[in-house]
Design a protein around this ligand. Structure first.
Ligand code: THU
Length: 144
């Protein structure tokens, strides 16, 4: 059985994602997202969504966080957190398909994904495992 993150570790990771969200460059959607990944040696890397006038060039917070860590030499991860605002009718905001595929490249299937929602001064954190949100990744060529 894999070791679970402690409450303190989860709070530290979600706090980092929330802080990263403040740097969101999202003038088009006005939807700010912050993400943070925890590496196997307990280093945190953050990312936020960065949009572009040519909309399709936008890069999500999750991929920016993962790529920052991978670019710094990390290959093994314990968890990812993301923070968004509350969307009416939605309990939480889950990562897009492209980000799930990128997570599948580096994260074991049982990696926890913490999805935090900011709502009226409150922060509620929902947890899913990567294998629950990405059951059939394309991994034919992935190094295992
Ligand atoms: N976005 C993310 O950063 N992560 C997600 O998981 C979903 C969407 C960003 C992309 C875009 O800047 C904005 O949210 C609205 O789609």
């Amino acid at each position: 059985m894999k070791k679970q993150l402690t409450k303190q570790e989860i709070t530290r990771l979600v706090d980092a994602a929330q802080t990263a969200r403040e740097n969101s460059y999202s003038p088009y959607s006005k939807f700010k997202v912050g993400a943070a990944v925890l590496t196997s040696d307990d280093t945190i890397f953050c990312g936020t969504n960065i949009e572009n006038s040519s909309y399709g060039l936008t890069v999500c917070a999750e991929r920016n966080a993962i790529f920052a860590a991978v670019g710094a030499g990390h290959r093994r991860f314990k968890a990812l957190a993301l923070v968004t605002q509350k969307v009416p009718g939605e309990k939480f905001c889950s990562p897009c398909g492209a980000c799930r595929q990128v997570m599948s490249e580096f994260f074991p299937p049982q990696t926890p994904i913490y999805m935090a929602v900011l709502d009226k001064g409150q922060r509620i954190v929902y947890t899913k495992l990567l294998k629950e949100i990405m059951p059939f990744p394309f991994d034919k060529f992935t190094e295992k």
